[in-house]
Design a protein around this ligand. Sequence first.
Ligand code: CUA
Length: 340
Amino acid sequence: MLTFFPCGTHTLRRRDPGARPVVIAAAALLLAGCAGRQSTLDPRGPVADSIATMWWVLLAGAALIFLLVMAALLYAMFRRQSRRAALPPLALLIGGGLVFPTVVLTALLVYGTEVGRRITVAVDAPLVIDVVGHQWWWEVRYPGDERGPEMTTANELRLPVGVPVLVRVRSADVIHSFWIPNLAGKVDMIPGRVNTLRLRAGEAGLFRVQCSEFCGAQHAHMNFDAIAEDGERFDAWRRARAAAADVAPGPGLDTFIERGCALCHQVRGTAAAGHAGPELTHYGARLQQSADSDEDTAAAVRAWLVDHGRSRKPGSRGPTAHALAASDIETIAGFLERLR
Ligand code: CUA
C-alpha cells in the first residue's frame, strides 16, 4: 500500500534503497491517470469541465464521510466502557443514521441533477454531427448546413473550437457508446434509436473517442482520434472531404470494383457505391485508416487486405469466401493510398 503514496518514500528508502525508483514510478503512474487524452479529469471543454468538477466534489464528499465513519468506528471500539457517551445513543442514531445521510444525499442529488440539466439543456447548436457505431468502426456524417455541404467519412471526426455541437448517435448493429472523455460524458448508441449529446471543444487538440459499451470481441479496439481545430481549418477540411475522389480510371479502380470491394465500400466519384463498410473516398488522406490504428503503415494496410482484418481484429465482418491474390493486394493498396 505504502508504495502508492509519494509521502512513503522516506520510510521505504531506509529499508530498501532500490525501492525509491519504484515508488516514484508508481506515484507518477498514478498521477498520470489524471491527465491525457483519455481522461475525464483533463477537461478541454465546458461540458467536461462540469463533469470533472462534479467528480472532485463527489470524491471530496465521499472521502469526508468515510473519515467520519471511520472516526465513529474507532470511537465505538476504543472508548472506555465506564465513561458516559458524549451523546445519548438515540441522538447518535437519529443524527448520524437519519438526518446526516438525508441532508448529504439530498444536497448531492440536487447538485448532480443541476449539473446534468446544465450539460444536457438544449442550446442552439450551429453544427450537427451524426455518428453511427458499427462492429467495429465509426461512421461519421456531417449533414449539409450553412457551413458546408453534406459529407460522410469513417473513423475521423473534426470539430471547430468554440462552436456548440449536437452529436446524434445511433447504431447499425449492437449497442455501442460514444465517449470523448476530454469533451463530454458518454451516450449509448442504440439500434433503432437516436440519442443526442452536446459538447463544445474549448481549445484545439487531439482527443480520444472510445466506445464505452462492451460490443463484442473488438470493443477495446473501437476508438479513434477527434481533432478540434479553428473554424477556418475545419471548414477547409470539410470541403475537401465532401469533394469526390480525385481518381483516374485504371487498374487500381478496376481491381477494386472487380474484386467486389465496391459492393461494401463507397468511393464518391466512381462506380463504387457500397454502404455496408466504411466510406473510403479520401482514405489515403485520413489521419487514421481504421478504428484503433496506432500502426497505420503501408504494411498494415496490406496485411488488412490479406484476410480483411480478421487476424488483426478477430471477429471482424467482411468477405470470407475469397482471398485476394498478392498482386491484387498490392494494386488495391496502392489505389487506396492514392485516394486523397
Ligand atoms: Cu462498440 Cu464497444
